[in-house]
Design a binder for this molecule. Structure first.
Ligand code: F0G
Length: 465
């Protein structure tokens, strides 16, 4: 489509490229690329309400999709190229229990549950967009590096669309079982690299270049176009009112970058009159953005962030041989590829960054579950982050807050069972080794003899709620 193109985010370069080139980085300067549009030549809704028209056309896959029903806001591809598997049928749920836990007033906390996507995480929003772009480019085979969810999503989309098996690079022993089982079951060629995500990310880029593989990581700007739709659905669920805060876990920083772009475009197009504030939450064991943004003061600076701060930080990590380490394996990343775009998002949305411990993450996760939605550890970082920000007075008790629950509970059963279970050895191995001291909200299973009287006695004893 001629009104979309790719543009380097570096203002001193600003090179542009055709929309149908599979690039994943600026050929001139190596910086990240954006998908850009000539909006004044494209048909746009006059108000966000106009998107409601698609609700009555759910038999059209493009209107059913929680991404493509907003296609006027990501108009880089015509419908014949779109690969959709029913992504984005998610919900925004108010949670009184979690509001009380984080210290917000009743009615103020919302959970955007992306675990309902076909592969169980928010990645499907981006995957539908990037695979549609892959078709536009005529790409033959896709690849990604992953902490698990990207690989699950890519594998599912390729299987559903009848594409050749993708090649997925994961850190050996670094991804949760639910996610590994998905990549295997959906037929991906799964390379378990003897290293971590940062190693896998470096290798996949080189392999993709050698073998001309289509890279499905969030370096790919088309992935981020799809992930903008999470913000559109939040707005839709709030009947088009803008919340005060969006809170999201930060790993490779694709989601936060996509959110920033979504809000900037909505504001520039006059479709919203204000934007929410953004809080990006790192795990304490993988806190590069926190260290750079909050401790060292790194800023977007009009597209010219002081990259010496970043290089210096990475040099220190290497000198100390420091590797990312958190129970929230999805965000166990020290070198986030979208760092610059995340700085831009923080600028657009007057953002803050916080780090939370694995203890805080798992306790918040247990509260989310007890409140009737299950999420994986990384997702709960958002809830733990809100608790901190309310305690600090950065988020006011009466502000409206949306936490993005990025992935489903069943992605990582080991973390959950280690937390609630009675096996002390397992607790130590999985959680104690990461500084988790107690399972504050554990719901312990009860072992009973195979005998009715004992069973009835146990029920009487334990069924206190
Ligand atoms: N939450 C979950 C459940 C994730 O899987 C990820 C990222 C994030 C949060 C962080 O999002 O990278 O956009 O900042 N998972 C990637 C993967 C890296 O490979 O599945 P981000």
């Amino acid at each position: 489509m001629s009104h979309a193109y790719q543009r380097c985010i570096n203002p001193d370069c600003a090179a542009t490229y055709d929309v149908a080139e599979p690039l994943f980085g600026c050929s001139a300067c190596g910086d990240l690329l954006d998908v850009a549009y000539e909006w004044d030549r494209l048909p746009l809704p006059r108000s966000l309400r106009e998107f409601e028209a698609s609700w009555s056309e759910r038999d059209n896959p493009l209107c059913f999709s929680g991404v493509w029903r907003f296609r006027a806001l990501l108009p880089f591809v015509t419908s014949e190229y779109v690969v959709t598997i029913g992504e984005g049928q998610t919900l925004l749920r108010q949670s009184e229990r979690v509001a009380a836990y984080v210290g917000l007033s009743p009615g103020r906390l919302f959970l955007q549950y992306e675990g309902l996507n076909p592969s169980g995480s928010f990645k499907d929003n981006g995957m539908t967009a990037c695979l549609s772009h892959a078709r536009l480019c005529g790409a033959k085979r896709a690849a990604c590096a992953s902490t698990g969810n990207t690989s699950a999503s890519l594998a599912l989309f390729c299987a559903a669309a009848g594409w050749p098996s993708p090649i997925v690079f994961v850190g050996s022993g670094k991804i949760a079982y639910g996610k590994l089982s998905q990549a295997l079951e959906y037929g991906a060629l799964t390379l378990q690299i003897m290293g971590d995500f940062d190693d896998a990310m470096r290798q996949v880029q080189q392999a993709a270049r050698h073998l001309k593989l289509y890279l499905a990581n969030s370096l790919n700007p088309f992935r981020l176009e799809g992930q903008k739709a999470i913000m559109y659905r939040v707005l839709e669920s709030l009947r088009w009112t803008v919340p005060d805060w969006i809170v999201v876990p930060g790993g490779n920083l694709g989601n936060s970058s996509a959110f920033g772009k979504a809000w900037q475009e909505l504001r520039d197009l006059g479709l919203v009159d204000r934007v929410p504030r953004l809080a990006i939450i790192n795990a304490a064991g993988a806190d590069t953005l926190y260290q750079l943004y909050e401790v060292r003061g790194l800023r977007w600076n009009g597209g010219r962030p002081d990259m010496r701060l970043v290089e210096e930080f990475y040099r220190q990590l290497d000198a100390q041989n420091k590797r990312a380490n958190t129970i929230a394996s999805a965000i166990e990343i020290n070198r986030p590829v979208n760092l610059k775009k995340a700085l831009r998002a923080l600028e657009i949305c007057d953002g803050v960054v916080r780090r939370v411990t694995d203890q805080e993450i798992l306790d918040a996760k247990a509260q989310v579950g007890a409140g009737g939605l299950g999420c994986e550890p990384a997702s709960a970082a958002s809830v733990a982050g809100v608790k901190r920000l309310v305690e600090e007075g950065v988020i006011g008790r009466d502000e409206t807050v949306v936490c993005i629950l990025t992935g489903h509970l069943l992605k990582d059963p080991v973390a959950t069972v280690a937390y609630h279970g009675t096996d002390q050895k397992q607790f130590e191995a999985v959680l104690g080794s990461r500084g988790v001291k107690r399972a504050t909200f554990a719901n312990r299973p009860v072992v009973v003899p195979n005998d009715l009287e004992e069973i009835l006695r146990a029920i009487q004893l334990y069924a206190t709620r």
